[in-house]
Structure formats: structure tokens, C-alpha cells
Design a protein around this ligand. Structure first.
Ligand SMILES: C[S@@+](CC[C@H](N)C(=O)[O-])C[C@H]1O[C@@H](n2cnc3c(N)ncnc32)[C@H](O)[C@@H]1O
Length: 305
């Protein structure tokens, strides 16, 4: 199996599993009301996650199991085993009634794999309910994507007719490059990572890292961090990314399961505001449309222009 086992039901947050030491990260239980919704940014950026209510600084927003796990592509190479593992992880995720949710969460990848977008009425039901299915803590508030937005977006995503295996693999490679998180291999990783064939298994160089994709976590868009010298002036309000994340258990938050992602508010976030984080210095491969770039001269700095 390429996917980690998704949670069967949301768990109560057990504060006793937290270290007694004060932690800035994940100190509080997530609230009982929905915290995030999926929404549409524009046709270039695609979907994003938005606050479903006001979120407080340091609020623990959600804890989510990975949807796909494959080998991590350190150098973005097209090494055969990496490509095979990422492609197989995607194909495996399409089984067991998962196909609609995976196709809808990542419609660009689906189109390159030959899957036509669902009609809006079906899509809406899935977007409303299923995108939160891997949450362990925190609540998903559904979708704000309108029929017009969905149809305008998907009409531009021509599903490739009968793509070759090679096209599908390349699409997965591009997808992992832009959507995957680099994750420490957990103790059970050997079962989660593919080899698809015995020959491929023998050839796999033991990697120390996995690449994980999340249904919600991988929909959070990038925002540049303004430089500390204050050169970037906003239109009022705070600038820069408003969330941070951790993957897997760490000293102060042992309850996080291996490869699971936890997201926390870096500052107060208003209802309706988009959740963002800084993707860091790695290759981004898109023209940045974040608010820091829009409201300041940061486009000059962010290195993606
Ligand atoms: C991890 S995904 C985020 C979800 C994505 N918006 C979607 O609908 O699938 C990363 C991709 O989102 C888009 N994206 C994220 N942040 C962006 C930004 N600041 N400006 C423009 N595009 C962005 C880029 O296409 C990028 O490759």
C-alpha cells in the first residue's frame, strides 16, 4: 500500500500526551468548530485553504494523516525507482472509493492522467464532505468553491486523452515536486514505501526520507516572508505567512503520529483569510501571487520571478 492508514475517526485530543514543558507549538486542543474550508483563489493558483472562523495566534488548527507516501526525490531527478514509487502511490490512492476525492483535490494531476473533471454537482458534494477525511484532530468546514469558479477552473484543464504510462509518470513527478513534504521515514516506513516489483525493490537505494502528500495540508499556498528590515510595507494588517507546520512526533508534541502533519496559526487569522506558509528557498516553479509580493516590493526578493 502506498498510503498510510487514514484515521477511522477523529480522536479526542489527549493533553496528557503533551510534554509538561511549555511549548509554543500545539499547546492547545483544537476547538470543536470547523476551522478550515477549501476555496478557490484564481485559475493560476487554484485552490487554497481558508479560515472558517477567526483563529487565534498559536491555535492548533488540524492534525492530518498523509494521503500518499512515496520515496522522496532529493534532487528532483527522474530516477526510475522514485518516479515509479510516486506514480504507484497515486494509482494506489485511486482505489477503494478514493478516486473522486483524489481527483477533485488535485484536478491538474487528474487531467494529466486522463481523468475528466466531475460535474459540479458531484464535485460539490465531495468537496463539502470528503476533503477532511484524513483529519485526526481539527474539523473541516466544507467548500466555498462556487459553480462558476469550479467550471471556469476545470474547463481550462483539458483531460489528456489516453495518456501514455510515461506521461502519467511525468505528471506524478511534477506533482510531487510541487505538493510533497519531505518527511522522516518512520519505523513502519518499509511497508509504506513501494517497491512495485522485486527487481525494483532490489534496486532501491535505502532512502532516509519519504515524500508525503496531504489532502488539506498540500492545498495550503505559499506566502513570502517579508524581510526583517521592514522594507516591505503592507496595506495594513500583518504581512507574510500566517501558519506553521510540523510533521511527526517531536520533543514537545509526541502525540503527532509519524508522517502526520500538524498545522498551527502563527498569528491571529481572520475568518475568510487564506492560510499560507512559506515554502522556503526550494525551487517553486511558479510566478508568486502571494499577498506579500502583491502588497510590497517583495516580488523582487522572492526568487520566483
Ligand atoms: C502545494 S500546492 C498548493 C495548492 C494548489 N493551489 C492547488 O490548487 O492544487 C502548490 C501549487 O500551488 C500554486 N501556488 C501556491 N502558492 C502560490 C503562490 N504564492 N503564487 C502562485 N501560485 C501558487 C502553484 O501552482 C504551486 O505549484
Amino acid at each position: 500500500m502506498a498510503t498510510s492508514e487514514p484515521p477511522t475517526s477523529a480522536e479526542a485530543f489527549d493533553a496528557s500526551k503533551m510534554s509538561k514543558a511549555p511549548s509554543k507549538f500545539l499547546r492547545n486542543a483544537p476547538q470543536d468548530t470547523p476551522a478550515v474550508r477549501v476555496g478557490f483563489v484564481n485559475a493560476a493558483v487554484g485552490y487554497g485553504l481558508f479560515a472558517a472562523r477567526d483563529l487565534r495566534k498559536d491555535e492548533f488548527i488540524f492534525h492530518e494523516a498523509p494521503l500518499l507516501t512515496a520515496l522522496f526525490n532529493e534532487k528532483f531527478s527522474s530516477d526510475k525507482n522514485l518516479v515509479q514509487s510516486q506514480h504507484a502511490a497515486y494509482r494506489n490512492a485511486l482505489v477503494d472509493g478514493n478516486r473522486d476525492v483524489v481527483t477533485l483535490a488535485f484536478p491538474r494531476l487528474a487531467a494529466r492522467n486522463g481523468f475528466a473533471p466531475l460535474p459540479f454537482d458531484d464535485a460539490h458534494t465531495v468537496l463539502e464532505t470528503a476533503l477532511g477525511k484524513n483529519l485526526v484532530h481539527g474539523q473541516f468546514g466544507g467548500s466555498t468553491v462556487t459553480r462558476e469558479q469550479y467550471e471556469a477552473y476545470t474547463s481550462k484543464l483539458d483531460a489528456t486523452a489516453a495518456p501514455s504510462e510515461d506521461d502519467c509518470r511525468r505528471a506524478c513527478l511534477d506533482f510531487f515536486k510541487h505538493y510533497a513534504f519531505e518527511v522522516n521515514k518512520g519505523p513502519t516506513a518499509a511497508a509504506a514505501v513501494l517497491p512495485i516489483t522485486a527487481a525494483a525493490a532490489a534496486a532501491v537505494v535505502p532512502a532516509t526520507r519519504d515524500a508525503c502528500i496531504y489532502l488539506l495540508g498540500s492545498l495550503i499556498n505559499h506566502c513570502c516572508t517579508p524581510p526583517s528590515h521592514g522594507f516591505a510595507f503592507g496595506r495594513g494588517g500583518e504581512m507574510g505567512p500566517n501558519c506553521e507546520w510540523r510533521i511527526g512526533p517531536s520533543g514537545l508534541a509526541q502525540f503527532i503520529r509519524p508522517k502526520h502533519i500538524c498545522v498551527q496559526a502563527k498569528r491571529d487569522i481572520k475568518k475568510g483569510e487564506q492560510l499560507t506558509w512559506d515554502y522556503g528557498k526550494r525551487f517553486k516553479g511558479f510566478v508568486c501571487e502571494c499577498s506579500t509580493c502583491r502588497d510590497s516590493f517583495m516580488g523582487y526578493y522572492c526568487g520566483v520571478l
